[in-house]
Design a protein around this ligand. Structure first.
Ligand SMILES: *Cc1c(COP(=O)(O)O)cnc(C)c1O
Length: 396
């Protein structure tokens, strides 16, 4: 289907979307705060309003700063079209509500982002849309569910927080054979490491709040892929009003200039840290797709160019209290419910991504109480490893 252009991700991160800068001769994309765009010529105004001529009418619909952000991600994902929303969840809910109707069935996996699984289990059923959540890495079972007929296949890889890997090409093939739309949340991988559209997905979406922006100072979401689908999502989002703010778009654009540099560094550091932790006597299991011991390692080698910045691990003494003691001793880490930033961020899923689940529910999802999610920042890897070593020594 789509093929990503030959230009490298580093060049695209810097230049894509900025060919026609909206700010006259300014070298940097300006923040256009204006809510409306005026036309002296009524005929011209009408053409823009009807989409027959490029331009902007009203800020809830489109905005020049926001448009550059969408274009940059579109090019990095090798997509036909892109649209954005105020947050990752705004883009995910707009996608699902724009494309699904009563009676439709969705097939997805148990390990989707917490907010996404709330949509599947709490909100969509009220509109008679049922979701079957499969074991995340049981590909045969997922294929069997798809074969029963579904309108949409929703995947995420790698997943949060145990960094499971799903064979996207295999499942996209199965879904397309049944005429289902394939949607992939690519937040953890980023377009630097993985392009789901090239693996057969119809739509790829991101919480731009995480790695795309990379500085934990702006919320945003973006979805790209088939034009007909993106237009439906755009139309729903323009009406539900969860529009990306131009100031947030500016911060995300500024962050994205260094996307490839950051991801490159985070890929390498996370792999070094995963290896260090695997060899440490106080550490139990380490979850990172870059380790040959990871069950999804071979799939990751096929579909990813790097293994990403997020890993998770368990202490041998695998309790929430022990994890808490370790995490509180780290010097170079925010203890916070976020990931994908320039600073290292740690937290147990019990207090971050899966705080709304009971201990029993987390156990059923294969998330031990003492699991620690580690989102590697851009610090020097030897300092991060030394920091982990001193915290583990004190814990041991
Ligand atoms: C954070 C996150 C989201 C939600 O994004 P927000 O910007 O917080 O709404 C969705 N998917 C994944 C994988 C995430 O990590």
């Amino acid at each position: 289907m789509s093929s990503r252009e030959k230009i490298g991700a580093g060049t695209l991160s810097v230049w894509a979307g900025e060919e026609q800068r909206p700010g006259g001769r300014a070298t940097q994309v300006p923040v256009v705060h204006s809510v409306s765009f005026g036309y002296d010529d009524l005929e011209q105004w009408l053409e823009v309003a009807q989409g027959r001529r490029p331009g902007h009418i009203y800020g809830r619909n489109t905005n020049p700063t926001v448009q550059v952000f969408e274009e940059k991600v579109r090019r990095l994902e090798g997509a036909e079209a892109a649209t954005s929303a105020a947050t990752g969840m705004a883009v995910i809910s707009s996608t699902l509500f724009a494309l699904l109707s009563p009676g439709d069935r969705v097939v997805s996996v148990k390990d989707t982002y917490g907010g996404t699984s709330k949509l599947f289990l709490e909100f969509l059923p009220r509109f008679r849309v049922e979701t079957t959540l499969c074991d995340t890495t049981d590909h045969a079972a997922i294929e069997a569910r798809i074969a029963e007929g579904c309108r949409l296949l929703y995947l995420e890889s790698p997943t949060n927080p145990t960094v499971k890997v799903i064979d996207l090409a295999r499942l996209a093939d199965a879904a397309r054979a049944r005429g289902a739309v394939v949607v992939v949340d690519n937040t953890f991988a980023t377009p630097v490491n993985q392009n789901p559209l090239q693996l057969g997905a119809d739509l790829v979406l991101h919480s731009a709040t995480k790695f795309l922006g990379g500085h934990a100072d702006a919320l945003g979401g973006v979805v790209c892929g088939r034009r007909d689908l993106v237009e439906k999502i755009y139309h729903f989002r323009e009406i539900n009003g969860a529009t990306l703010h131009p100031m947030a778009a500016y911060l995300l654009l500024r962050g994205m200039k260094t996307l490839q540099l950051r991801i490159d560094r985070q890929n390498r550091s996370a792999l070094e840290i995963a290896r260090f932790l695997s060899d440490h006597p106080a550490v139990g299991r380490v979850h990172y797709p870059g380790l040959p011991s990871h069950p999804g390692h071979d799939i990751a080698c096929r579909q990813m160019r790097g293994f990403g910045g997020v890993l998770s691990f368990e202490l041998k003494h695998n309790t929430l209290a022990a994890a808490g003691r370790l995490v509180s001793r780290l010097r170079y880490a925010h203890r916070a419910a976020n990931l994908g930033a320039v600073e290292t961020i740690v937290g147990p899923p019990a207090t971050t991504s899966h705080v709304e689940c009971s201990a029993e529910e987390r156990a059923a999802m294969g998330i031990p109480e003492g699991l620690i999610r580690y989102s590697t920042g851009i610090e020097d890897p030897q300092d991060l490893i030394a920091d982990l070593a001193q915290a583990l020594a004190a814990a041991g």
